[in-house]
Design a protein around this ligand. Structure first.
Ligand code: GDD
Ligand code: MG
Length: 376
């Protein structure tokens, strides 16, 4: 592959010997730019953002490991080095982890094709790297085996399918169409971003150029009458790609609504990490998480807040359903609701930031600098 570099961070071997050949290997796609989560994703790739105190990807990898799959390849592109610096060979998670980096993003299908020469199994699980889910991966594999499909796709039902891949199925659960982000979805059943492929199917993907598995590969497989089987369930599911979903998913992890083997039973109304200081009289509810070394002042009220490491929230400030970036600072009695505060930003006393506001890293807003009312 000319436009990629590979790195075997595991045993140093490029292929497992036959007797050790795993029957299932996993690929996680983590090369997206995470534009909808800017400015947080200017400094960290989306799957590495702290979620309930751990990089989001740790929750997904721990779920893959819990399903008995311990050989995983990450398809990286944007900020690829962040993943390998943090996870190394994967041994701390009890898995063999390797990385294949696209110099230019190859799209979801191109990324899957690009990692193929690192894989030996006939059954290949592929995950989007930004889905917080609770599906039983072994059951998806069982559906794949019993249906004899070329591809098995995890499907969930959502109230608004327009932001996803809409996937109608027939009475036997076989996929009949794949409509990526259609304004007129024929069903509320969507692609949940986890697939099982027969290896031979991936071998036929176009190589060496950008390919979308959703817009190109799945429609082409269906029109050549390949068997794509749906596996529908009612497990917890959330794409973490927007601030609203990120905040909600993090709170659901903290409260134990979303499963994660990486968190064990550390669940409750809030999660405060070591080295953080919470003053008496501060209220932390709604699945709030406070990162390492962060400081929360007296009388502050945090409801569904995601406070990254080293942030400071002063006395009487209110934070609702918002993300406070690394080392950011909220002044006394600031109000932040449905907002993203970038790393190191300073929000002055009594400022109000509401409804989708995004403050870029390092920006300073003076005391009383932004208000939604005239009384100060
Ligand atoms: N390696 C690599 N290279 N990874 C990529 C690339 C690329 O060029 N482009 C995207 N990815 C990764 C992203 O990092 C993410 O983990 C995953 O592929 C999906 O990309 P998103 O950008 O998050 O797509 P989406 O959320 O709009 O839609 C996808 O996910 C939905 C479910 O969450 C589609 O697969 C939809 O059909 C699906 O419903
Ligand atoms: Mg996504």
């Amino acid at each position: 592959m000319t436009d990629s570099t590979t790195q075997d961070a595991g045993t140093g071997k490029h292929e497992a010997p036959d007797e050790a050949r795993p029957d299932v290997q996993a690929v996680v796609l983590v090369g997206g730019k995470g534009t909808r989560l800017r400015p947080l994703t200017l400094s960290a790739p989306k799957p590495m953002l702290p979620t309930a105190g751990l990089p989001f990807l740790t929750h997904l990898l721990s779920r893959i490991k819990a399903a008995g799959i311990d050989d995983v390849v990450l398809g990286t592109s944007f900020q690829a080095h962040v993943f390998s610096e943090y996870y190394g060979d994967g041994s701390k998670l009890g898995i063999r982890l390797r990385y294949v980096t696209e110099e230019e993003p190859l799209g979801t299908g191109g990324a899957i094709r690009n990692v193929l020469d690192q894989l030996t199994a006939d059954t290949i699980l592929v995950f989007n790297g930004d889905v917080l889910g609770g599906t039983d991966v072994r059951q998806v594999l069982d559906t794949h085996r019993t249906s004899g499909a070329d591809v098995t796709m995890h499907l969930v039902r959502v109230s608004d399918p327009r932001a996803f891949g809409c996937v109608p199925t027939d009475a036997t659960g076989r996929v009949t169409d794949f409509l990526e982000k259609t304004q007129d979805p024929p069903t509320d059943q969507i692609n949940a971003g986890a697939y099982v492929f027969r290896r031979a199917i991936i071998e036929d993907f176009p190589a060496g150029r950008p390919v979308s598995v959703e817009r190109e590969v799945f429609p082409a497989l269906l029109s050549s009458n390949r068997h794509i089987q749906g596996h529908v369930d009612h497990s917890y599911w959330r794409d973490m790609g927007t601030p609203e979903d990120f905040v909600r998913g993090s709170a659901d992890l903290v409260r134990g609504i979303a499963p994660s083997p990486a968190l064990g039973d550390r669940r409750g109304e809030s999660l405060v990490h070591e080295g953080a200081g919470v003053a008496p009289g501060a209220l932390l509810i709604g699945g709030t998480v406070v990162g390492r070394g962060a400081e929360i002042g007296p009388g502050a009220r945090l409801d569904g807040a995601v406070v990254f490491d080293g942030a400071v929230i002063e006395a009487g400030a209110v934070v609702e359903r918002s993300i406070i970036g690394f080392g950011a600072h909220l002044g006394p009695r600031a109000l932040v609701r449905d907002t993203v505060i970038g790393d190191g930003a300073v929000i002055g006393a009594r400022c109000e930031l509401l409804r989708g506001a995004r403050v870029w890293p390092g920006v300073t807003i003076p005391d009383n600098g932004v208000r939604f009312s005239s009384d100060i």
